[in-house]
Design a protein around this ligand. Structure first.
Ligand SMILES: CC(C)=CCC/C(C)=C/CC/C(C)=C/CC/C(C)=C/[C@@H]1[C@@H](COP(=O)(O)OP(=O)(O)O)[C@]1(C)CC/C=C(\C)CC/C=C(\C)CCC=C(C)C
Ligand SMILES: [Mn+2]
Length: 388
């Protein structure tokens, strides 16, 4: 393999990644890769040594798997189309075209109500978007919220894998122009108008399946995949709606990577707020072990020096992902930047609150108060317009 044929495939372009870089032979199929793991230190990325030569086809990291999805999604938006054929698109338009304007308006308003009820700041942030984009984000939000409610809501204890299969069938139906209920009708209209692909939606359902079965995460790689499924997917669903700025010089991949990073950073922050729920521990078991902590320590919830050290490392990782996300926001369409800045600043602030609470996320709920949220909304506005 000559050097010319090696490309750096770095999902975290130019960032100080806590993960490995992958050098891929451009002439080969993706399963014959050699991974060079670069050591991460506080001073940045240090190519300390070639630690592993992982030519085995079975070793595919979650980051690689997710990066392949990112590439595919970015390619779809670049072509300004989903993978539907023109014929399928026409059929879809005919079907959704049969739904009356009045019904659709009601459908979107209902999605907006869900967004306003569960995510007031997001909702506020969407108000600056164009009406079409705003409604589309509400429709996506409502679908995500309802998907999460299946595993976290009042009927969660009765949820069966079959119910998730049924939910996925409904998803396929709405992508084909056959919505099941009023909320699905709004999303069905959205996916007929924007180049949104079904894959991230399917993956979110996959994340919910994982949550039903899995109670422990062996390492960060496993946790990363879970975070991608339930949260990174949101970035991939929403970028095609928010749009990349026509003047942007960045590649679609890098914007998608930033969106993915924001979703994952948000979910890692969620987890930092509440590491153990319903007998599940959303922390990498190997890193817990290295820190001298056990599952019992987590369930007991005692703030010790070991815990402080451990959680501060986890916070550092989440912050790096937020930094990476920041770099992508300026590449979005200008009217879409405000809500994204707002969500980033508010979520990242939760990490500061955890620190201010002396890492006691067992007893103290880390939350950002109303007044602070308003401050962040105005800071976000300033940042969004500054980039114009
Ligand atoms: C270039 C660039 C930076 C683009 C930005 C891309 C972008 C908008 C990314 C959004 C990322 C985002 C807001 C992710 C949400 C992550 C999240 C909180 C996921 C939650 C999963 C499960 O969590 P859990 O059960 O542990 O916690 P709860 O106690 O239930 O909270 C989710 C709940 C999954 C469902 C996700 C949602 C309901 C949020 C969906 C949000 C949108 C569609 C709006 C995003 C849009 C804007 C404009 C910010
Ligand atoms: Mn939830």
């Amino acid at each position: 393999m000559s050097c010319r044929n090696i490309s750096m495939v770095c999902p975290r372009e130019k960032s100080r990644s806590p993960f490995s870089f992958i050098a891929r032979n451009r002439n080969s199929k993706s399963n014959s890769r050699i991974c060079f793991e670069l050591k991460f230190s506080s001073a940045g990325m240090v190519p300390a040594a070639v630690i592993t030569d992982v030519t085995s086809p079975s070793r595919t990291t979650s980051e690689e798997k997710v990066y392949d999805v990112v590439l595919k999604q970015a390619a779809l938006v670049k072509q300004k189309k989903t993978d539907r054929s023109i014929h399928e698109k026409k059929l879809l338009e005919q079907r959704t075209g049969n739904i009356s304007w009045d019904f659709l308006n009601k459908a979107y308003d209902r999605c907006g109500e869900i967004c306003a009820e569960f995510a007031k700041t997001f909702y506020l942030g969407t108000l600056l978007m164009t009406p079409e984009r705003k409604r589309a984000i509400w429709a996506i939000y409502a679908w995500c919220r309802r998907t999460d409610e299946l595993v976290d809501g009042p009927i969660a204890s009765h949820l069966t894998p079959r119910a998730l299969d049924r939910w996925e069938e409904r998803l396929a139906g709405l992508f084909e122009g056959h919505p099941y209920d009023i909320f699905d009708a709004a999303l069905s209209d959205t996916v007929s108008k924007f180049p949104v692909d079904i894959q991230p939606f399917k993956h979110m359902i996959q994340g919910m399946r994982m949550d039903l079965k899995k109670t422990r995460y062996k390492n960060f790689d496993e946790l990363y995949l879970y975070c991608y499924y339930v949260a990174g997917t949101v970035g991939l669903m929403t970028v095609p709606v928010m749009g990349i700025a026509p003047e942007s010089k960045s590649s679609a991949e890098s914007v998608y990577n930033a969106a993915l990073a924001l979703g994952i950073a948000n979910q890692l922050t969620n987890i930092r707020q509440n590491s153990a729920r319903r007998g599940r521990i959303y922390l990498p078991q190997d890193e817990l072990g290295q820190a001298g902590l056990s599952d019992d320590d987590i369930f007991r919830g005692k703030v010790t020096e070991k815990w402080r050290n451990f959680i501060s490392g986890q916070i550092k990782r989440a912050r790096m992902l937020f930094d990476e996300a920041e770099r992508g926001i300026a590449e979005l369409n200008s009217a879409s930047r405000w809500p994204v800045w707002a969500s980033l600043l508010i979520y990242r602030q939760i990490l500061d609150v955890i620190e201010a609470n002396d890492y006691d996320n067992f007893r103290k709920r880390a939350f950002v108060g109303r007044a602070k949220k308003l401050v962040f909304l105005s800071v976000a506005y300033g940042k969004a317009v500054a980039a114009e």
